[in-house]
Design a binder for this molecule. Structure first.
Ligand code: CP
Length: 317
Protein backbone atom coordinates (compact mmCIF):
# COMPACT_ATOMS: atom_id res chain seq x y z
CA UNK A 1 0.00 0.00 0.00
CA UNK A 2 1.27 3.47 -0.88
CA UNK A 3 2.08 5.81 1.99
CA UNK A 4 -0.41 8.62 2.58
CA UNK A 5 2.29 10.98 3.80
CA UNK A 6 2.43 13.98 1.49
CA UNK A 7 -0.37 12.61 -0.71
CA UNK A 8 -3.19 14.62 -2.28
CA UNK A 9 -6.77 13.48 -1.65
CA UNK A 10 -8.43 14.44 -4.91
CA UNK A 11 -10.58 11.53 -6.05
CA UNK A 12 -11.77 8.18 -4.75
CA UNK A 13 -11.10 6.74 -8.18
CA UNK A 14 -7.50 6.61 -7.04
CA UNK A 15 -8.23 4.53 -3.96
CA UNK A 16 -7.73 0.84 -3.49
CA UNK A 17 -9.76 -1.28 -1.09
CA UNK A 18 -6.98 -1.73 1.50
CA UNK A 19 -6.27 2.02 1.42
CA UNK A 20 -9.89 2.76 2.32
CA UNK A 21 -9.80 0.21 5.14
CA UNK A 22 -6.55 1.74 6.37
CA UNK A 23 -8.16 5.20 6.55
CA UNK A 24 -11.18 3.74 8.37
CA UNK A 25 -8.91 2.09 10.92
CA UNK A 26 -6.95 5.31 11.51
CA UNK A 27 -10.26 7.16 11.98
CA UNK A 28 -11.33 4.53 14.53
CA UNK A 29 -8.06 5.03 16.44
CA UNK A 30 -8.50 8.82 16.55
CA UNK A 31 -12.23 8.85 17.31
CA UNK A 32 -11.82 8.81 21.14
CA UNK A 33 -10.16 12.25 20.92
CA UNK A 34 -13.26 13.73 19.28
CA UNK A 35 -15.60 11.78 21.55
CA UNK A 36 -13.93 13.09 24.69
CA UNK A 37 -14.02 16.65 23.30
CA UNK A 38 -10.36 17.28 23.96
CA UNK A 39 -7.53 18.56 21.79
CA UNK A 40 -4.38 16.50 21.41
CA UNK A 41 -0.92 17.69 20.30
CA UNK A 42 -0.44 15.38 17.33
CA UNK A 43 -0.32 18.18 14.72
CA UNK A 44 0.88 20.96 17.04
CA UNK A 45 3.53 22.03 14.54
CA UNK A 46 1.25 22.00 11.49
CA UNK A 47 -1.13 24.48 9.86
CA UNK A 48 -4.16 23.82 7.68
CA UNK A 49 -5.04 26.34 4.96
CA UNK A 50 -8.71 26.45 3.95
CA UNK A 51 -9.33 27.76 0.42
CA UNK A 52 -13.10 27.85 -0.05
CA UNK A 53 -14.32 29.41 -3.29
CA UNK A 54 -17.85 28.14 -2.58
CA UNK A 55 -20.02 28.21 0.55
CA UNK A 56 -19.73 25.37 3.05
CA UNK A 57 -20.84 24.67 6.59
CA UNK A 58 -19.70 21.11 7.20
CA UNK A 59 -16.69 20.51 5.00
CA UNK A 60 -14.75 23.61 5.99
CA UNK A 61 -15.68 23.60 9.66
CA UNK A 62 -15.18 19.85 10.05
CA UNK A 63 -11.67 20.18 8.62
CA UNK A 64 -11.01 23.11 10.93
CA UNK A 65 -12.43 21.28 13.96
CA UNK A 66 -10.36 18.22 13.06
CA UNK A 67 -7.21 20.32 12.92
CA UNK A 68 -8.00 21.85 16.31
CA UNK A 69 -8.70 18.41 17.79
CA UNK A 70 -5.20 17.37 16.70
CA UNK A 71 -3.64 20.51 18.14
CA UNK A 72 -2.85 22.17 14.80
CA UNK A 73 -3.42 25.68 13.49
CA UNK A 74 -5.82 26.98 10.84
CA UNK A 75 -5.75 29.90 8.43
CA UNK A 76 -7.50 30.58 5.13
CA UNK A 77 -10.56 32.05 3.49
CA UNK A 78 -14.19 31.03 3.32
CA UNK A 79 -15.19 33.54 0.64
CA UNK A 80 -12.96 34.09 -2.37
CA UNK A 81 -14.50 37.56 -2.79
CA UNK A 82 -12.24 38.66 0.05
CA UNK A 83 -9.16 37.56 -1.90
CA UNK A 84 -7.54 38.64 -5.18
CA UNK A 85 -9.08 35.56 -6.80
CA UNK A 86 -12.48 37.16 -6.31
CA UNK A 87 -11.78 40.76 -7.32
CA UNK A 88 -10.55 42.65 -10.35
CA UNK A 89 -7.46 40.44 -10.69
CA UNK A 90 -9.28 37.09 -10.77
CA UNK A 91 -5.99 35.66 -9.57
CA UNK A 92 -5.34 32.21 -11.00
CA UNK A 93 -5.28 28.98 -9.02
CA UNK A 94 -1.59 28.62 -9.81
CA UNK A 95 -0.68 32.06 -8.44
CA UNK A 96 -2.96 31.66 -5.41
CA UNK A 97 -1.65 28.22 -4.50
CA UNK A 98 1.94 29.37 -4.99
CA UNK A 99 1.21 31.73 -2.08
CA UNK A 100 -0.90 29.43 0.10
CA UNK A 101 1.76 26.73 0.19
CA UNK A 102 3.95 29.09 2.24
CA UNK A 103 1.17 29.77 4.74
CA UNK A 104 0.63 26.19 5.89
CA UNK A 105 1.33 22.49 5.46
CA UNK A 106 -1.86 21.18 3.83
CA UNK A 107 -4.62 22.89 1.83
CA UNK A 108 -8.29 21.90 1.71
CA UNK A 109 -9.96 23.46 -1.32
CA UNK A 110 -13.58 23.76 -2.42
CA UNK A 111 -14.12 25.23 -5.88
CA UNK A 112 -16.95 25.67 -8.36
CA UNK A 113 -14.76 24.47 -11.24
CA UNK A 114 -14.40 20.73 -11.66
CA UNK A 115 -10.72 19.83 -11.47
CA UNK A 116 -9.63 23.00 -9.63
CA UNK A 117 -8.05 21.05 -6.70
CA UNK A 118 -6.23 18.87 -9.24
CA UNK A 119 -4.88 22.05 -10.85
CA UNK A 120 -3.81 23.28 -7.39
CA UNK A 121 -2.05 19.97 -6.78
CA UNK A 122 0.01 20.49 -9.94
CA UNK A 123 1.56 23.59 -8.42
CA UNK A 124 1.58 22.99 -4.67
CA UNK A 125 4.44 21.29 -2.85
CA UNK A 126 2.09 20.43 0.05
CA UNK A 127 -0.93 18.06 0.02
CA UNK A 128 -4.23 19.25 -1.44
CA UNK A 129 -7.51 17.84 -0.13
CA UNK A 130 -10.52 18.16 -2.43
CA UNK A 131 -13.41 19.61 -0.41
CA UNK A 132 -15.75 19.43 -3.44
CA UNK A 133 -15.08 20.58 -7.00
CA UNK A 134 -18.06 21.61 -9.13
CA UNK A 135 -19.95 18.49 -10.15
CA UNK A 136 -16.68 16.54 -9.85
CA UNK A 137 -16.07 14.73 -6.56
CA UNK A 138 -16.36 15.04 -2.79
CA UNK A 139 -14.00 12.33 -1.54
CA UNK A 140 -13.83 13.29 2.14
CA UNK A 141 -17.64 13.19 2.40
CA UNK A 142 -17.90 9.68 1.01
CA UNK A 143 -15.03 8.45 3.20
CA UNK A 144 -17.07 9.87 6.09
CA UNK A 145 -20.11 7.93 4.87
CA UNK A 146 -18.14 4.69 4.52
CA UNK A 147 -16.84 5.18 8.06
CA UNK A 148 -20.40 5.71 9.29
CA UNK A 149 -21.63 2.52 7.61
CA UNK A 150 -18.61 0.52 8.75
CA UNK A 151 -18.97 1.59 12.38
CA UNK A 152 -22.78 1.25 12.42
CA UNK A 153 -23.02 -2.08 10.59
CA UNK A 154 -19.58 -3.57 11.33
CA UNK A 155 -18.78 -4.25 7.69
CA UNK A 156 -18.98 -2.87 4.17
CA UNK A 157 -19.04 -6.00 1.99
CA UNK A 158 -22.42 -7.60 1.48
CA UNK A 159 -24.49 -4.49 2.15
CA UNK A 160 -26.96 -3.29 -0.48
CA UNK A 161 -27.11 0.45 -1.16
CA UNK A 162 -29.81 2.73 -2.48
CA UNK A 163 -28.64 6.17 -3.67
CA UNK A 164 -31.33 8.78 -4.27
CA UNK A 165 -30.89 12.27 -5.70
CA UNK A 166 -29.11 14.15 -8.43
CA UNK A 167 -26.56 11.79 -9.95
CA UNK A 168 -24.57 14.71 -11.33
CA UNK A 169 -23.58 15.49 -7.75
CA UNK A 170 -19.99 15.22 -6.65
CA UNK A 171 -20.89 12.94 -3.75
CA UNK A 172 -22.49 10.45 -6.16
CA UNK A 173 -19.34 10.29 -8.27
CA UNK A 174 -17.13 9.64 -5.24
CA UNK A 175 -19.65 7.08 -3.97
CA UNK A 176 -19.69 5.19 -7.27
CA UNK A 177 -15.90 5.03 -7.40
CA UNK A 178 -15.59 3.97 -3.74
CA UNK A 179 -18.15 1.15 -3.99
CA UNK A 180 -16.28 -0.41 -6.92
CA UNK A 181 -13.84 -1.66 -4.25
CA UNK A 182 -16.49 -3.54 -2.26
CA UNK A 183 -19.20 -6.15 -2.66
CA UNK A 184 -21.92 -3.50 -2.47
CA UNK A 185 -24.67 -3.69 -5.10
CA UNK A 186 -26.33 -0.30 -5.53
CA UNK A 187 -29.56 1.03 -7.04
CA UNK A 188 -29.61 4.65 -8.24
CA UNK A 189 -32.88 6.61 -8.26
CA UNK A 190 -32.82 10.02 -9.95
CA UNK A 191 -34.98 12.25 -12.12
CA UNK A 192 -34.31 11.52 -15.82
CA UNK A 193 -32.57 14.86 -16.35
CA UNK A 194 -30.30 14.16 -13.34
CA UNK A 195 -29.54 10.50 -14.03
CA UNK A 196 -26.12 8.89 -14.32
CA UNK A 197 -24.29 10.01 -17.45
CA UNK A 198 -23.42 7.38 -20.05
CA UNK A 199 -19.75 8.19 -19.50
CA UNK A 200 -19.97 7.57 -15.72
CA UNK A 201 -22.00 4.39 -16.23
CA UNK A 202 -19.33 3.10 -18.61
CA UNK A 203 -16.68 3.81 -15.99
CA UNK A 204 -18.63 2.03 -13.25
CA UNK A 205 -19.09 -1.00 -15.52
CA UNK A 206 -15.39 -0.99 -16.33
CA UNK A 207 -14.66 -1.17 -12.58
CA UNK A 208 -17.26 -4.00 -12.20
CA UNK A 209 -19.69 -2.15 -9.92
CA UNK A 210 -22.97 -4.07 -9.60
CA UNK A 211 -25.51 -1.29 -10.19
CA UNK A 212 -28.99 -0.72 -11.55
CA UNK A 213 -31.37 2.19 -11.92
CA UNK A 214 -34.98 2.58 -10.76
CA UNK A 215 -37.61 5.29 -11.19
CA UNK A 216 -39.07 5.41 -7.69
CA UNK A 217 -37.61 4.82 -4.22
CA UNK A 218 -40.56 2.49 -3.52
CA UNK A 219 -39.16 0.05 -6.10
CA UNK A 220 -35.80 -0.26 -4.32
CA UNK A 221 -36.03 0.65 -0.64
CA UNK A 222 -37.11 -2.79 0.65
CA UNK A 223 -33.80 -4.45 -0.20
CA UNK A 224 -31.51 -1.58 0.90
CA UNK A 225 -29.20 -1.82 3.91
CA UNK A 226 -27.89 1.70 3.35
CA UNK A 227 -30.05 4.52 1.95
CA UNK A 228 -28.01 7.55 0.88
CA UNK A 229 -30.04 10.61 -0.04
CA UNK A 230 -29.09 13.89 -1.71
CA UNK A 231 -31.39 16.70 -2.88
CA UNK A 232 -32.90 16.96 -6.34
CA UNK A 233 -33.90 20.57 -5.58
CA UNK A 234 -30.50 22.18 -5.28
CA UNK A 235 -28.12 24.89 -6.51
CA UNK A 236 -25.87 24.86 -9.54
CA UNK A 237 -22.53 23.63 -8.24
CA UNK A 238 -20.63 25.18 -11.14
CA UNK A 239 -21.39 28.67 -9.76
CA UNK A 240 -19.31 30.29 -7.04
CA UNK A 241 -22.56 31.18 -5.25
CA UNK A 242 -26.11 30.26 -6.24
CA UNK A 243 -28.63 32.13 -4.15
CA UNK A 244 -32.26 31.15 -3.99
CA UNK A 245 -34.63 33.20 -6.14
CA UNK A 246 -38.39 32.76 -6.51
CA UNK A 247 -40.53 29.84 -5.45
CA UNK A 248 -38.98 26.43 -5.02
CA UNK A 249 -40.47 23.27 -6.42
CA UNK A 250 -41.07 20.45 -3.97
CA UNK A 251 -39.24 17.15 -4.23
CA UNK A 252 -41.40 14.59 -6.08
CA UNK A 253 -42.35 11.50 -4.06
CA UNK A 254 -40.07 9.36 -6.25
CA UNK A 255 -37.06 10.92 -4.51
CA UNK A 256 -38.39 11.47 -0.96
CA UNK A 257 -37.72 9.25 2.05
CA UNK A 258 -40.63 9.74 4.40
CA UNK A 259 -41.30 8.24 7.78
CA UNK A 260 -44.25 6.34 6.37
CA UNK A 261 -42.12 4.87 3.59
CA UNK A 262 -39.48 3.76 6.09
CA UNK A 263 -42.07 2.23 8.43
CA UNK A 264 -43.87 0.31 5.70
CA UNK A 265 -41.16 -0.64 3.21
CA UNK A 266 -37.60 -0.30 4.60
CA UNK A 267 -35.60 -3.00 6.36
CA UNK A 268 -35.86 -2.57 10.09
CA UNK A 269 -32.08 -2.21 10.45
CA UNK A 270 -31.39 -0.12 7.33
CA UNK A 271 -29.49 3.12 7.91
CA UNK A 272 -30.29 6.45 6.30
CA UNK A 273 -27.50 8.86 5.33
CA UNK A 274 -27.62 12.43 4.02
CA UNK A 275 -24.50 14.58 3.68
CA UNK A 276 -26.67 17.71 4.24
CA UNK A 277 -27.81 20.42 3.68
CA UNK A 278 -31.28 19.08 2.86
CA UNK A 279 -34.40 20.47 1.33
CA UNK A 280 -37.62 18.45 1.76
CA UNK A 281 -36.31 15.07 0.53
CA UNK A 282 -36.06 13.85 4.13
CA UNK A 283 -38.82 15.45 6.26
CA UNK A 284 -37.72 16.42 9.77
CA UNK A 285 -40.01 13.84 11.41
CA UNK A 286 -37.58 11.19 10.14
CA UNK A 287 -34.81 12.64 12.32
CA UNK A 288 -35.79 10.76 15.46
CA UNK A 289 -36.53 7.43 13.78
CA UNK A 290 -34.14 4.50 14.19
CA UNK A 291 -33.13 4.70 10.53
CA UNK A 292 -31.55 8.17 10.58
CA UNK A 293 -27.77 8.38 10.92
CA UNK A 294 -27.09 11.84 9.47
CA UNK A 295 -26.20 13.44 12.80
CA UNK A 296 -23.77 10.58 13.46
CA UNK A 297 -22.49 11.13 9.92
CA UNK A 298 -21.85 14.81 10.73
CA UNK A 299 -19.88 13.85 13.85
CA UNK A 300 -17.93 11.30 11.83
CA UNK A 301 -17.10 14.10 9.40
CA UNK A 302 -14.76 15.54 12.02
CA UNK A 303 -13.28 12.14 12.83
CA UNK A 304 -12.64 11.32 9.16
CA UNK A 305 -10.93 14.67 8.56
CA UNK A 306 -8.75 14.03 11.62
CA UNK A 307 -7.65 10.75 10.04
CA UNK A 308 -6.96 12.30 6.65
CA UNK A 309 -5.00 15.23 8.10
CA UNK A 310 -2.95 12.92 10.34
CA UNK A 311 -2.18 10.66 7.38
CA UNK A 312 -1.28 13.23 4.72
CA UNK A 313 0.80 15.19 7.25
CA UNK A 314 2.71 12.03 8.15
CA UNK A 315 1.70 11.98 11.83
CA UNK A 316 0.25 8.46 11.38
CA UNK A 317 1.37 5.78 8.95
N1 CP B 1 -21.95 17.89 3.07
C1 CP B 1 -21.34 19.05 2.72
O1 CP B 1 -20.43 19.05 1.85
O2 CP B 1 -21.78 20.15 3.37
P1 CP B 1 -21.24 21.61 3.17
O3 CP B 1 -21.63 22.05 1.77
O4 CP B 1 -21.90 22.43 4.23
O5 CP B 1 -19.74 21.59 3.31
Amino acid sequence: MRSFSGRDILSLKEFERQEIFHILNVAKQLEPIARSRRNSTMLAEKTLVTAFYQPSTRTRLAHEAAMHRLGGHVTGFSDAKMTRAGDFYQESIKDTVKMLEFYGDVIVMRHFQQGAPHEAARWASIPIINGGDGWGEHPTQILTDLFTVWTERGRLDGLKWLAVGDMRMRTMHSLGYALTQFDCPITFVAPPEMSLTDEFKAELKQYSLDFKEAEHVEQAIAEADVILVEPVVQPDYTKSRDERTGELTLTPSNYRITRQLLETKAKSDAILLHSLPRMDEIPTDVDITRWSRYWQEAYNGVVMRMALLALVLGAME
